[in-house]
Design a protein around this ligand. Structure first.
Ligand code: ARG
Length: 563
């Protein structure tokens, strides 16, 4: 039952054509607390049109209104407050949730449209940073949310596997590296060489020339350069895959920057044909002054390509391969200006999907107050953070539930879930400082808290497994259950909002709200009492468990049945 529609219909009738259904619907508000009703209609904006005082309008409407579908309708100042019929509403809501199960809240708004999501995209020979973690988990959740809204996402890991830094890396490896060391501990060793390159290059600028030569060789297909590059790439990817596996994130493609190497010539040709390339101090640039942006550097004076050159080829490729309905880049806010330039160049080139290219930015993440940087050599390895989190989760479980059967598995689900949830509950663009111990608390706004609430619901259901719970006929009149029922009914709207805003935090905050209302209900009501409403209460518990689990799934977080 859609109460917004019910309220709208009742008001439309009472207003007798003075406002359209859409206009009424847009004005409806949700009161913060249930004592002010379940939906409210403010009348002040009508005062001008109807030439009457808002209070008077509210009173007149209340007199005319057909109130059969409501428990009551109250006039409070310029507001009409609607109180829903709790029994009928709970019955309709629980029926909808239990009938749909995990597909509750699914819609087909996306019409199966393709949505490439540029996500994760770490750089070869560098550790995956917490920033890449954000891109990975935000992108993954957005993909789940898009699917729930009827889109077809394509998770595309645009690996940073090309660029002048590989000239530096090869130079460093040839000077100080050896094969056995790299084989034993690839990323750490490669980073060590890279850091050393940047230290030594302060006094020996000629190192930069050597590096430039190596990169040129790499671009020209030199055998040795290519072999080393390929080895560094594969070894790094293996380490990244360990992290992805831990997070439970899968990709549809790993076409990194290098994949587009043989597609750059066409880009340059199109730019030339459209007279967009101009020479500037030997380099080739696209002028973007009409967008109020700095020129985009496409080719260096030695002919070497750049990050943006490869991104243009990537966008062109995605345009042709997917005919995208949306075209998303989940990349940190520090690249906002860059994506404006990219979009502007693509527009100038006439690439179709330039208009729906959307940079989905996110803020900076620090861990226990520390920023991450590869160059200075101060590295917080993501794998280490995950490992630590699983360890802490294991300790908590040992304390709270020493008898638990599959402790190791649950510790992993809780430890990893805590990090993912701790990230996603924040609006994307916020900067966050990650204090691991806080995210692991079983109380408060954390992943473990939501997981624990789900496990609690499952435990209640296990205790009452002898009771036959049906989807239909679950009439609940207990006012303590009301906020939980309303939260359940809100889920489909949250799924839509999260999609519209590309904002997983909408789902995370919703999950916290549902968990809180449910725990409050649990604390106040004896759910397992043997009386006539027992099956209905269990239906409510089942619905809560279903929607909590589905919310966590949309975030990429597991929901153990016991913890
Ligand atoms: N590898 C880049 C980095 O770590 C991110 C790539 C983002 N995606 C893109 N198409 N530019 O900063």
């Amino acid at each position: 039952m859609d109460y917004k529609q019910t309220v709208t219909a009742a008001l439309a009738q009472a207003l007798d054509g003075q406002l359209t259904a859409d206009e009424i619907s847009a004005k409806l508000e949700w009161p913060k607390t249930s004592d002010k009703g379940d939906m409210a209609f403010p009348t002040f904006t009508l005062a001008k049109v109807l030439h009457r005082a808002p209070q008077q309008i509210a009173q007149d409407l209340a007199d005319k209104l057909d109130t059969t579908d409501f428990e009551k309708v109250e006039v409070v100042g310029p507001y009409l407050n609607f109180f829903f019929d709790k029994g009928a509403y709970s019955e309709a809501t629980l029926d909808t949730v239990l009938t749909a199960g995990a597909s509750y809240g699914k819609n087909e708004d996306g019409n199966g449209g393709n949505v490439p999501i540029d996500m994760s995209s770490p750089n070869i020979a560098k550790p995956m940073s917490m920033g890449h973690l954000r891109s990975t988990v935000i992108g993954n959740s957005i993909a789940e949310i898009l699917t729930k809204n009827g889109y077809h996402p394509i998770k595309d890991n645009h690996l940073g596997d090309w660029g002048t830094q590989f000239g530096k890396l090869i130079t460093a490896y040839k000077l100080w590296g050896n094969e056995a060391d790299v084989k034993a501990d690839p990323i750490n060793k490669l980073v060590e060489y890279y850091v050393r390159f940047h230290k030594e290059d302060v006094d020996k600028p000629e190192l930069d020339d050597v590096a430039r030569e190596w990169f040129k060789k790499l671009e020209d297909g030199d055998e040795e350069a290519h072999r080393l590059w390929k080895w560094f790439r594969e070894a790094s990817l293996q380490e990244f895959n360990d992290v992805y596996e831990e997070l439970g994130v899968k990709f549809d493609t790993y076409n990194g920057e290098a994949f587009y190497n043989d597609k750059l010539e066409e880009v340059v040709q199109i730019l030339k044909d459209k007279h967009l390339l101009v020479e500037s101090q030997g380099a080739q640039v696209v002028d973007l002054s009409k967008y109020d942006l700095n020129p985009a550097l496409i080719l260096k004076s030695d002919g070497a390509s750049l990050y943006i050159t490869r991104d243009i080829a990537t966008a062109l490729y995605r345009d042709r391969t997917y005919a995208p309905a949306k075209n998303l880049y989940v990349v940190g806010s520090e690249q906002t200006y860059y994506f404006k330039q990219l979009k502007a160049v693509l527009k100038e080139m006439g690439v179709k999907s330039a208009d729906n290219l959307q940079h989905v930015p996110f803020g900076l993440i620090t861990v226990d107050g520390k920023k991450l940087s590869t160059r200075s050599g101060r590295i917080i390895l993501l794998a280490k953070v995950l490992e630590e989190s699983v360890k802490l989760a294991g300790e908590q479980i040992n304390e709270k539930n020493p008898e638990l059967a599959n402790k190791q598995e649950v510790a992993k689900q809780v430890g990893v879930g805590a990090i993912v949830f701790g990230d996603l509950k924040n609006e994307r663009t916020n900067n966050i400082d990650f204090v691991l111990a806080d995210q692991l608390k079983f109380e408060g706004e954390t992943g473990p808290y939501v997981q624990y609430s789900h496990a609690r619901a499952e435990s209640i259901l296990r205790k009452a497994s002898n009771v036959d719970v049906q989807a239909a006929g679950n009439h609940i009149t207990d006012p303590e259950a009301w906020d939980t029922i309303k939260a359940l009914a809100d889920f489909p709207a949250m799924v839509k909002m999260a999609c519209k805003e590309l904002e997983p935090s909408v789902i995370a905050k919703y999950a916290i709200r549902l968990a809180k209302t449910f725990n409050k209900y649990y604390a106040h009501s004896k759910i397992l009492t043997e009386d006539a409403e027992l099956p209905a209460r269990l239906a409510l518990v089942k619905a809560v468990s279903t929607v909590l689990k589905e919310s966590l799934r949309l975030l990429g977080v597991q929901a153990p049945d016991e913890m």
